[in-house]
Design a protein around this ligand. Structure first.
Ligand SMILES: *[C@@H]1O[C@H](CO)[C@@H](O)[C@H](O)[C@H]1NC(C)=O
Ligand SMILES: *[C@@H]1O[C@H](CO)[C@@H](O)[C@H](O)[C@H]1NC(C)=O
Ligand SMILES: *[C@@H]1O[C@H](CO)[C@@H](O)[C@H](O)[C@H]1NC(C)=O
Ligand SMILES: *[C@@H]1O[C@H](CO)[C@@H](O)[C@H](O)[C@H]1NC(C)=O
Ligand SMILES: *[C@@H]1O[C@H](CO)[C@@H](O)[C@H](O)[C@H]1NC(C)=O
Length: 270
Protein backbone atom coordinates (compact mmCIF):
# COMPACT_ATOMS: atom_id res chain seq x y z
CA UNK A 1 0.00 0.00 0.00
CA UNK A 2 2.70 2.43 1.06
CA UNK A 3 4.75 1.37 -1.93
CA UNK A 4 1.96 1.99 -4.42
CA UNK A 5 1.29 5.41 -2.86
CA UNK A 6 4.97 6.18 -3.17
CA UNK A 7 4.87 5.02 -6.77
CA UNK A 8 1.78 7.17 -7.45
CA UNK A 9 3.44 10.19 -5.83
CA UNK A 10 6.53 9.50 -7.84
CA UNK A 11 4.51 9.35 -11.07
CA UNK A 12 2.64 12.58 -10.26
CA UNK A 13 5.88 14.28 -9.28
CA UNK A 14 7.55 13.02 -12.40
CA UNK A 15 4.79 14.14 -14.75
CA UNK A 16 4.61 17.52 -13.00
CA UNK A 17 8.30 18.15 -13.10
CA UNK A 18 8.25 16.99 -16.70
CA UNK A 19 5.60 19.59 -17.46
CA UNK A 20 7.28 22.41 -15.60
CA UNK A 21 10.78 21.67 -16.77
CA UNK A 22 9.76 20.85 -20.34
CA UNK A 23 10.12 24.55 -21.19
CA UNK A 24 13.80 24.43 -20.28
CA UNK A 25 14.53 20.91 -21.49
CA UNK A 26 12.96 21.30 -24.91
CA UNK A 27 15.41 21.78 -27.72
CA UNK A 28 14.78 25.24 -29.19
CA UNK A 29 14.37 25.44 -32.97
CA UNK A 30 13.70 28.66 -34.85
CA UNK A 31 12.52 29.05 -38.42
CA UNK A 32 11.21 31.81 -40.64
CA UNK A 33 7.69 31.53 -42.01
CA UNK A 34 7.82 29.90 -45.47
CA UNK A 35 11.34 28.70 -44.63
CA UNK A 36 12.58 25.29 -43.45
CA UNK A 37 13.69 23.74 -40.17
CA UNK A 38 15.39 20.44 -39.40
CA UNK A 39 14.72 18.56 -36.18
CA UNK A 40 17.96 16.71 -35.49
CA UNK A 41 17.60 13.29 -33.87
CA UNK A 42 21.31 12.64 -33.28
CA UNK A 43 21.28 8.85 -33.25
CA UNK A 44 24.43 7.61 -34.96
CA UNK A 45 25.47 4.20 -36.21
CA UNK A 46 22.12 2.64 -35.55
CA UNK A 47 19.63 1.04 -37.85
CA UNK A 48 16.73 3.51 -38.02
CA UNK A 49 13.41 1.75 -38.45
CA UNK A 50 10.93 4.57 -38.43
CA UNK A 51 10.35 8.15 -37.20
CA UNK A 52 7.14 9.63 -35.82
CA UNK A 53 6.33 13.26 -35.13
CA UNK A 54 3.69 14.68 -32.80
CA UNK A 55 2.79 18.37 -32.87
CA UNK A 56 0.50 20.51 -30.72
CA UNK A 57 -2.51 19.31 -32.71
CA UNK A 58 -1.60 15.62 -32.84
CA UNK A 59 0.39 13.29 -35.08
CA UNK A 60 2.03 14.71 -38.21
CA UNK A 61 2.62 12.57 -41.31
CA UNK A 62 6.32 12.11 -41.96
CA UNK A 63 7.44 10.87 -45.36
CA UNK A 64 9.91 8.05 -44.54
CA UNK A 65 11.86 8.14 -47.81
CA UNK A 66 14.75 10.54 -48.06
CA UNK A 67 14.36 13.32 -50.63
CA UNK A 68 10.62 12.94 -51.12
CA UNK A 69 8.59 16.03 -51.94
CA UNK A 70 6.28 15.97 -48.92
CA UNK A 71 6.31 19.01 -46.65
CA UNK A 72 7.48 16.92 -43.68
CA UNK A 73 10.05 14.25 -44.46
CA UNK A 74 12.84 12.18 -42.97
CA UNK A 75 16.31 13.30 -44.06
CA UNK A 76 19.81 12.00 -43.40
CA UNK A 77 19.65 9.25 -40.80
CA UNK A 78 16.58 10.21 -38.82
CA UNK A 79 16.37 14.02 -38.92
CA UNK A 80 13.01 15.49 -39.85
CA UNK A 81 12.79 18.39 -42.29
CA UNK A 82 9.73 20.65 -42.20
CA UNK A 83 9.44 22.84 -45.29
CA UNK A 84 7.36 25.95 -46.00
CA UNK A 85 6.75 26.68 -42.33
CA UNK A 86 3.54 28.35 -41.23
CA UNK A 87 2.69 29.94 -37.88
CA UNK A 88 0.73 26.81 -36.93
CA UNK A 89 3.98 24.78 -37.02
CA UNK A 90 5.01 26.57 -33.80
CA UNK A 91 4.99 24.88 -30.41
CA UNK A 92 6.11 21.68 -28.75
CA UNK A 93 6.92 18.72 -31.01
CA UNK A 94 7.93 15.20 -29.99
CA UNK A 95 10.15 13.27 -32.37
CA UNK A 96 10.01 9.54 -31.67
CA UNK A 97 12.67 7.44 -33.40
CA UNK A 98 12.40 3.64 -33.51
CA UNK A 99 15.79 2.06 -34.05
CA UNK A 100 17.58 -1.24 -33.72
CA UNK A 101 20.70 -1.69 -31.63
CA UNK A 102 22.38 -5.02 -30.79
CA UNK A 103 19.38 -6.87 -32.13
CA UNK A 104 16.95 -5.06 -29.84
CA UNK A 105 14.31 -2.58 -30.97
CA UNK A 106 14.42 0.69 -29.08
CA UNK A 107 12.69 4.07 -29.18
CA UNK A 108 13.99 7.52 -28.39
CA UNK A 109 11.87 10.62 -27.71
CA UNK A 110 13.17 14.13 -28.20
CA UNK A 111 11.14 17.23 -27.49
CA UNK A 112 11.59 20.38 -29.60
CA UNK A 113 10.17 23.85 -29.07
CA UNK A 114 9.58 25.36 -32.51
CA UNK A 115 9.54 29.14 -32.78
CA UNK A 116 8.39 30.78 -36.03
CA UNK A 117 9.26 34.36 -36.90
CA UNK A 118 8.31 36.64 -39.74
CA UNK A 119 8.60 40.20 -40.94
CA UNK A 120 5.58 41.69 -42.61
CA UNK A 121 5.22 45.06 -44.29
CA UNK A 122 1.73 46.55 -44.20
CA UNK A 123 0.34 49.51 -46.10
CA UNK A 124 -1.22 52.28 -44.02
CA UNK A 125 -5.00 51.97 -43.76
CA UNK A 126 -5.01 48.36 -44.97
CA UNK A 127 -6.24 45.48 -42.76
CA UNK A 128 -3.83 42.74 -41.73
CA UNK A 129 -4.82 39.23 -40.72
CA UNK A 130 -2.37 37.16 -38.66
CA UNK A 131 -3.03 33.43 -38.29
CA UNK A 132 -1.56 33.19 -34.79
CA UNK A 133 -4.43 32.34 -32.42
CA UNK A 134 -4.12 28.56 -32.55
CA UNK A 135 -5.74 26.62 -29.69
CA UNK A 136 -2.36 26.36 -27.92
CA UNK A 137 -1.75 30.13 -28.03
CA UNK A 138 -2.30 31.74 -24.64
CA UNK A 139 -1.59 35.43 -25.22
CA UNK A 140 -0.24 37.98 -27.70
CA UNK A 141 2.02 40.82 -26.58
CA UNK A 142 3.40 43.87 -28.39
CA UNK A 143 6.73 45.51 -27.62
CA UNK A 144 6.53 49.19 -26.66
CA UNK A 145 8.71 51.73 -24.92
CA UNK A 146 7.25 50.45 -21.58
CA UNK A 147 8.08 46.85 -22.48
CA UNK A 148 5.75 44.03 -23.53
CA UNK A 149 2.06 44.92 -23.36
CA UNK A 150 -0.83 42.48 -23.71
CA UNK A 151 -2.80 42.75 -26.91
CA UNK A 152 -4.92 39.61 -26.54
CA UNK A 153 -5.36 36.86 -23.96
CA UNK A 154 -7.44 33.72 -24.38
CA UNK A 155 -9.84 34.32 -21.46
CA UNK A 156 -9.97 38.11 -21.76
CA UNK A 157 -9.95 38.72 -25.51
CA UNK A 158 -8.67 41.93 -27.08
CA UNK A 159 -7.48 45.14 -25.42
CA UNK A 160 -7.85 47.36 -28.48
CA UNK A 161 -11.04 48.03 -30.41
CA UNK A 162 -8.99 48.65 -33.53
CA UNK A 163 -8.43 44.90 -33.64
CA UNK A 164 -10.75 41.99 -34.18
CA UNK A 165 -10.57 38.24 -33.79
CA UNK A 166 -11.98 35.82 -36.33
CA UNK A 167 -11.56 32.09 -35.73
CA UNK A 168 -7.77 31.70 -35.34
CA UNK A 169 -6.87 35.07 -36.85
CA UNK A 170 -5.89 38.29 -35.14
CA UNK A 171 -6.99 41.18 -37.34
CA UNK A 172 -5.82 44.78 -37.30
CA UNK A 173 -8.70 46.51 -39.06
CA UNK A 174 -6.79 49.47 -40.52
CA UNK A 175 -3.04 49.57 -40.06
CA UNK A 176 -1.49 52.77 -38.66
CA UNK A 177 2.11 53.51 -37.68
CA UNK A 178 1.05 52.94 -34.03
CA UNK A 179 0.46 49.28 -34.94
CA UNK A 180 4.02 48.85 -36.20
CA UNK A 181 6.33 46.92 -33.89
CA UNK A 182 7.17 43.46 -32.64
CA UNK A 183 4.36 41.08 -31.66
CA UNK A 184 4.94 37.79 -29.86
CA UNK A 185 2.61 34.89 -29.19
CA UNK A 186 3.16 32.89 -26.00
CA UNK A 187 1.89 29.47 -24.98
CA UNK A 188 0.60 28.48 -21.52
CA UNK A 189 4.17 27.80 -20.29
CA UNK A 190 5.32 31.28 -21.30
CA UNK A 191 7.31 29.92 -24.24
CA UNK A 192 7.41 32.15 -27.32
CA UNK A 193 5.64 30.42 -30.21
CA UNK A 194 5.70 33.21 -32.79
CA UNK A 195 7.41 36.57 -33.27
CA UNK A 196 6.17 38.94 -35.96
CA UNK A 197 7.66 42.31 -36.85
CA UNK A 198 5.10 44.56 -38.49
CA UNK A 199 6.48 47.56 -40.34
CA UNK A 200 4.70 50.29 -42.21
CA UNK A 201 5.09 50.00 -45.95
CA UNK A 202 7.59 52.45 -47.42
CA UNK A 203 6.17 51.88 -50.92
CA UNK A 204 3.20 53.99 -49.75
CA UNK A 205 5.47 57.02 -49.42
CA UNK A 206 7.14 56.36 -52.78
CA UNK A 207 3.62 56.14 -54.25
CA UNK A 208 2.87 59.52 -52.69
CA UNK A 209 6.06 60.86 -54.21
CA UNK A 210 5.04 59.38 -57.56
CA UNK A 211 1.67 61.09 -57.24
CA UNK A 212 3.39 64.37 -56.44
CA UNK A 213 5.61 63.89 -59.48
CA UNK A 214 2.57 63.14 -61.58
CA UNK A 215 0.73 66.25 -60.36
CA UNK A 216 3.93 68.20 -60.91
CA UNK A 217 3.96 66.95 -64.48
CA UNK A 218 0.28 67.76 -64.83
CA UNK A 219 0.89 71.33 -63.64
CA UNK A 220 3.75 71.91 -66.08
CA UNK A 221 1.60 70.38 -68.82
CA UNK A 222 -1.14 72.89 -68.07
CA UNK A 223 1.49 75.60 -67.92
CA UNK A 224 2.63 74.66 -71.40
CA UNK A 225 -0.93 74.70 -72.72
CA UNK A 226 -1.68 78.06 -71.10
CA UNK A 227 1.60 79.56 -72.24
CA UNK A 228 1.22 78.20 -75.75
CA UNK A 229 -2.44 79.05 -76.31
CA UNK A 230 -2.78 82.29 -74.33
CA UNK A 231 -0.77 84.59 -76.61
CA UNK A 232 -2.84 83.39 -79.58
CA UNK A 233 -6.08 83.99 -77.72
CA UNK A 234 -4.82 87.34 -76.44
CA UNK A 235 -3.94 88.49 -79.96
CA UNK A 236 -7.36 87.34 -81.19
CA UNK A 237 -9.10 89.16 -78.32
CA UNK A 238 -7.17 92.35 -79.05
CA UNK A 239 -7.99 92.15 -82.78
CA UNK A 240 -11.64 91.41 -81.98
CA UNK A 241 -11.76 94.32 -79.53
CA UNK A 242 -10.20 96.71 -82.01
CA UNK A 243 -12.57 95.62 -84.81
CA UNK A 244 -15.53 95.90 -82.44
CA UNK A 245 -14.46 99.34 -81.34
CA UNK A 246 -13.96 100.39 -85.00
CA UNK A 247 -17.36 99.15 -86.13
CA UNK A 248 -19.11 100.41 -83.01
CA UNK A 249 -17.64 103.85 -83.42
CA UNK A 250 -18.94 103.97 -86.98
CA UNK A 251 -22.30 102.59 -85.85
CA UNK A 252 -22.75 104.95 -82.89
CA UNK A 253 -21.45 107.86 -84.81
CA UNK A 254 -23.85 107.33 -87.72
CA UNK A 255 -27.09 107.53 -85.68
CA UNK A 256 -25.67 110.39 -83.70
CA UNK A 257 -25.26 112.27 -86.88
CA UNK A 258 -28.72 111.31 -88.07
CA UNK A 259 -30.44 111.86 -84.74
CA UNK A 260 -30.30 115.61 -84.71
CA UNK A 261 -31.80 115.52 -88.18
CA UNK A 262 -34.54 113.00 -87.56
CA UNK A 263 -36.56 114.99 -84.97
CA UNK A 264 -36.57 117.78 -87.42
CA UNK A 265 -37.99 115.58 -90.13
CA UNK A 266 -41.37 115.00 -88.43
CA UNK A 267 -41.55 118.67 -87.67
CA UNK A 268 -41.01 119.31 -91.31
CA UNK A 269 -43.79 116.85 -92.09
CA UNK A 270 -46.14 118.40 -89.57
C1 LIG B 1 13.68 24.67 -48.14
O1 LIG B 1 14.07 23.39 -48.62
C2 LIG B 1 13.79 23.19 -49.99
C3 LIG B 1 14.13 21.75 -50.32
O2 LIG B 1 15.22 21.32 -49.62
C4 LIG B 1 14.62 24.16 -50.80
O3 LIG B 1 14.32 24.02 -52.16
C5 LIG B 1 14.26 25.59 -50.38
O4 LIG B 1 15.09 26.50 -51.03
C6 LIG B 1 14.44 25.76 -48.88
N1 LIG B 1 13.92 27.06 -48.51
C7 LIG B 1 14.57 27.85 -47.67
C8 LIG B 1 13.93 29.16 -47.41
O5 LIG B 1 15.61 27.55 -47.13
C1 LIG C 1 3.56 27.34 -48.69
O1 LIG C 1 2.36 27.21 -47.95
C2 LIG C 1 1.36 28.12 -48.31
C3 LIG C 1 0.18 27.88 -47.39
O2 LIG C 1 0.58 27.88 -46.06
C4 LIG C 1 0.98 27.92 -49.75
O3 LIG C 1 0.02 28.87 -50.12
C5 LIG C 1 2.20 28.08 -50.62
O4 LIG C 1 1.87 27.81 -51.95
C6 LIG C 1 3.30 27.13 -50.16
N1 LIG C 1 4.51 27.38 -50.91
C7 LIG C 1 5.23 26.40 -51.43
C8 LIG C 1 6.46 26.84 -52.15
O5 LIG C 1 4.91 25.23 -51.33
C1 LIG D 1 11.39 46.61 -27.55
O1 LIG D 1 11.34 48.03 -27.77
C2 LIG D 1 12.43 48.71 -27.19
C3 LIG D 1 12.20 50.17 -27.38
O2 LIG D 1 11.13 50.45 -28.24
C4 LIG D 1 13.73 48.25 -27.83
O3 LIG D 1 14.82 48.90 -27.26
C5 LIG D 1 13.87 46.75 -27.64
O4 LIG D 1 15.01 46.29 -28.34
C6 LIG D 1 12.65 46.04 -28.17
N1 LIG D 1 12.78 44.63 -27.88
C7 LIG D 1 12.50 43.69 -28.75
C8 LIG D 1 12.67 42.30 -28.28
O5 LIG D 1 12.08 43.93 -29.88
C1 LIG E 1 -15.30 41.29 -35.83
O1 LIG E 1 -15.36 40.07 -36.54
C2 LIG E 1 -16.63 39.45 -36.49
C3 LIG E 1 -16.51 38.10 -37.15
O2 LIG E 1 -15.70 38.14 -38.28
C4 LIG E 1 -17.65 40.35 -37.19
O3 LIG E 1 -18.93 39.76 -37.16
C5 LIG E 1 -17.67 41.68 -36.47
O4 LIG E 1 -18.52 42.56 -37.16
C6 LIG E 1 -16.28 42.28 -36.41
N1 LIG E 1 -16.34 43.47 -35.58
C7 LIG E 1 -15.83 44.64 -35.94
C8 LIG E 1 -15.99 45.74 -34.96
O5 LIG E 1 -15.27 44.79 -37.02
C1 LIG F 1 12.18 42.88 -35.09
O1 LIG F 1 12.52 44.24 -34.82
C2 LIG F 1 13.43 44.39 -33.75
C3 LIG F 1 13.59 45.86 -33.49
O2 LIG F 1 13.43 46.62 -34.65
C4 LIG F 1 14.73 43.70 -34.10
O3 LIG F 1 15.64 43.84 -33.04
C5 LIG F 1 14.45 42.23 -34.35
O4 LIG F 1 15.62 41.58 -34.76
C6 LIG F 1 13.39 42.05 -35.41
N1 LIG F 1 13.02 40.65 -35.46
C7 LIG F 1 12.74 40.02 -36.57
C8 LIG F 1 12.34 38.62 -36.44
O5 LIG F 1 12.80 40.58 -37.66
Amino acid sequence: MFFSLLLLFGLIYHSHSGQYLSGNKNLPVTGKREGNVTLQCEIDDKQILRVELFGESGPIDVCQTEGCSERVSKTAACDVLIKNLSFSDAGTHILRVFYRNNQTNLAQNKIYQIHIYDEITVKTGKPIKLHVLMSFAHKVEKNSSEGWKKVWERRHGLWSDRMNVSEEDLIIKAFTDNDAGTYRVLDYNGETLITVNLTESSSESTNKQDDEDKTGHAISHWHRIVLGVCPGILVMIVIAFLTWRYWCRDYTQAPAQENPESPEEPEDLL
